[in-house]
Design a protein around this ligand. Sequence first.
Ligand code: 0RA
Length: 667
Amino acid sequence: MESKESSGNMSDTAVEMSEKKKDAASYSADSIQVLEGLEAVRKRPAMYIGDIGVKGLHHLVYEVVDNSIDEALAGHCDTINVTILPDNSIRVKDNGRGIPVDMHAKEGRSALEVVMTVLHAGGKFDKDSYKVSGGLHGVGVSCVNALSDMLLAEVHRNGKVYQQEYSEGKPKYAVKEVGTTEDRGTIVTFHPDASIFQVSEYNFDTLAARLRELSFLNKGIRLTLVDERHTNDDGSFVNETFYSELGLVEFVKYLDGTRQSLIEEVIYMEGEKQGIPVEIAMVYNDSYSENLHSYVNNINTHEGGTHLAGFRMGLTRTLKKYADASGATQKLKFEIAGDDFREGLTAVISVKVQEPQFEGQTKTKLGNNEVSGAVNMAVAEMLENYLEEHPRDAKQIVEKVILAATARHAAKKAREMVQRKGAFTGGGLPGKLADCQSKDASASELFMVEGDSAGGTAKQGRNREFQAILPLRGKILNVEKAMQHKILDNEEIRNIYTALGVHIGTEEDSKELNMTKLRYHKIVIMCDADVDGSHIQTLIMTFFFRHMQPLIEQGYLYIATPPLYLVKKGKEQVYCWNEAERDATMERMRANNKDASIGVQRYKGLGEMNAEQLWETTMDPSRRTLRQVTIENGAEADRIFSMLMGDEVPPRREFIEKNAVYAKLDV
Ligand code: 0RA
């Protein structure tokens, strides 16, 4: 998960580009037509790459790497090197066949130029290539070109080196031969256009997480990441290599890193079913959460779809059949639900679909009906074999499922109790909630505040028209270690559900979140800037990640950023959010008046601010900075939360030391 800086609303249109004059020096009249296409990309970049913030910036890299992955999937390339250059340019190099450079008969230009300058021209030259990858928006390298103030394409092919350079997608010269070579491959170097993107710095960990994911999803490809902005102690550049021999088997092991496995081996299958390549790996661990990650053509399908539905059906059908046959379910007085088969399950499903239909709010839900049956069959076959060959593991799994069903049954009773109690008291809002006056969710904010005392200050300081306050007492329950019914037993957590106006489905087999009555579209976590506060913030984020993920995906979850210092001299008072700001402020004050003394107050907790200070620094929409919580990489976030909240201390300590800032959790 990642928090990105944002203050107030930043809509795509706010950064609409002014129309630029077409470059008269562009070398061929033919390209005018093309430029119109790429101008559209520059005018509405968000339509093509999602956004123009951190995500969009990194998306450019994925788009270029995807082309090389395609070349690898076609069997012509096994190494892809990504380099972050000192000026935040990116270079992607592969050892594939090299993009063809011969004249494209119809277009009257080099094939390379067409690939680089025509929207969606990626696959036109290679009908039989097995092309399935492609970024989330599948927009191709020409979009990257359009959004770069510099892009250089170099091709090593036929013993020769060819190159062409572009600016804002416009070629600077025709493709030219510049030398000879014994290598083969394509090198694309680009620099994102700063007049388009709100940010310009690449994040090593974000790129590393995606390359790692790609290496697991495409075994046998070696991906490297080099950061030429930073050196190690020995003078070498910071770098990491990703290579997976066993693909998804290693992916689930990586995801389950610190969890305790219930079974001996990873259950695995790879093959084609009904013409669809399917790869699945799964394990059971002793936790209570379900961790399913599904991919179509290397794209993480957050919203699931037919492949996931097929997986669930196959899993339920096969395990139920086995459990019934073993007699283990005879004594049960209630039905086992689908969810029960997936408690403690970590699985990755990867399918390759020739013409994927993506649906859903974020276009990450697979719609192709034919895929469901294929995955269903694949799972059933794989699982039947495994259960047959590993009777001890089979017994463990069945016991786990029955335990889950029993707990769910208990949870349902608890929930009915809660509902009855709710009805008794009028089903009202939690007593601790200081609600706002507005009933318009899109204009309303809920501050979840650490501790009753800071809650009181926030209550005085807020704008009661649209800001509600819910004080949370101490550390909320660690949901990573608790069973479902324990979670609903917890008063703080029930308060969060009721205050937000969301509930989980009443259907037997559904943990789905019902958000139709959501009462706030900004939910802000406000904790002290100390170690305890950071822990509480992580607990709350874990709860939202595991139980209210759709709220995060909709962009409703935020973290407040109270100041760390107040620097005072005479009547002047300046809030500072980090050491650098504090030092600069003191420096300036000293220069202004050498005699007066400067006082620095370090805010350790929200409680040290009065209501007015809290309002003007942290709550007032016109002055505050909220960090929006987003899920950058679901698999990575899953691993990190289970590690941070799990039993094993050493990996957690290592993570915290590596990411030394307590107050900040960018996962
Ligand atoms: C189409 C045809 C051929 C190569 C490629 C595309 C290709 C594209 C990219 C993009 C990045 N790296 C790439 N490597 C190769 C070659 C067809 C042939 O040689 O017959």
